[in-house]
Design a protein around this ligand. Structure first.
Ligand code: NAD
Length: 269
């Protein structure tokens, strides 16, 4: 363990935050929070593989971020519920960039469950398949190939730390992500791999906008939902991306197993 975790006291802030020479993978990185994360990791100097179901969107995002940051950002089609496609992403990272250092399990789905007593098994299965098994498989494939240590960052949710009506399947899936983060952190520390999670509050993304569509159609002012926070504004992807960058960098070298709420005080009471 001593060979992986070092005393950084004498290093500059620039050095500590730099991800130069590293390769990151962001699942679901084509849009929303994932795209925000890709941009911040690339800005810090990491090469990034954007692994997403939607290849066209992933290619557009990669091109745009590569042009802005000057970093190497490439797109790969991947479905986190298909382990084989994740193995191919790992191979891309290692072949094209020589290493795998940071893996962000961001891809997730959040359809509203409705009353739990009406939820179908197939609905619950799908939620767990993508949000839990996808995070599990991504972490496993990453850990197998992080030869010089690394960081795995999971997207949990404030719903992984509390309950709520109408979203029981999603809540169960995100509590599982929080638990998985703790267990993997314990197992992987001897390999020099930190495992952490962020728990976002409501962030205005294409996925959230889709969920709110029925409310918009019913004439409900959805800004009351998206901006329901102590900071008086809706969360945006970069609010999460900046924290993910911190966790990915050596600034956070003594954080593992933790889930960090990034929710503008939603959980404060
Ligand atoms: N937006 C929020 O308010 C919020 C709050 C808490 C947690 N989260 C979590 O953050 C993550 C990202 O959320 P978002 O709002 O940006 O979502 P989004 O729906 O806006 O974007 C999700 C991206 O993931 C991709 N994707 C979906 N299923 C995939 C799969 N099986 N394999 C690979 N890619 C897949 C989509 O193509 C899309 O590019 C999710 O895990 C979500 O649960 C979001």
């Amino acid at each position: 363990m001593g060979s992986y975790f070092k005393d950084h006291t004498s290093r500059s802030i620039e050095e500590l935050v730099s991800l130069k020479g590293k390769c990151s993978v962001v699942t679901g990185g084509a849009s929303g929070i994932g795209a925000g994360i890709v941009k911040r990791l690339a800005e810090a100097g990491s090469s990034v593989v954007v692994a997403d179901l939607n290849l066209e969107q992933a290619e557009n995002t990669s091109k745009e971020i590569s042009e802005i940051t000057g970093a190497k950002v490439i797109a790969r089609k991947a479905d986190v519920s298909d382990s084989l496609s994740l193995v191919e992403v790992v191979e891309t990272c290692r072949k094209d960039f020589g290493s795998l250092d940071i893996w962000v399990n961001n891809a997730g789905i959040f359809p509203t469950t409705g009353p739990a007593i009406e939820a179908k098994d197939s609905f619950v299965d799908k939620m767990l398949e993508v949000n839990v098994r996808g995070t599990f498989a991504g972490s496993r494939e990453a850990a197998l190939h992080m030869d010089s240590g690394g960081v795995i960052i999971n997207l949990a949710s404030t719903q992984g730390l509390t309950g709520g009506p109408g979203i029981s399947a999603y809540t169960a899936s995100k509590h599982a992500v929080v638990g998985l983060t703790k267990s993997l952190a314990i197992e992987l520390a001897p390999k020099g791999i930190r495992v952490v999670a962020v728990a976002p509050g409501v962030i205005d993304t294409p996925g959230v906008q889709d969920q709110l569509e029925p409310l918009k159609e019913a004439g409900i002012d959805i800004s009351t939902i998206t901006s329901n926070s102590l900071m008086g504004r809706a969360g945006v992807p970069d609010d999460i991306a900046r924290v993910v960058l911190f966790l990915a960098s050596d600034l956070a070298d003594w954080i593992t197993g933790a889930t960090i709420p990034v929710d503008a005080g939603k959980l404060a009471g």
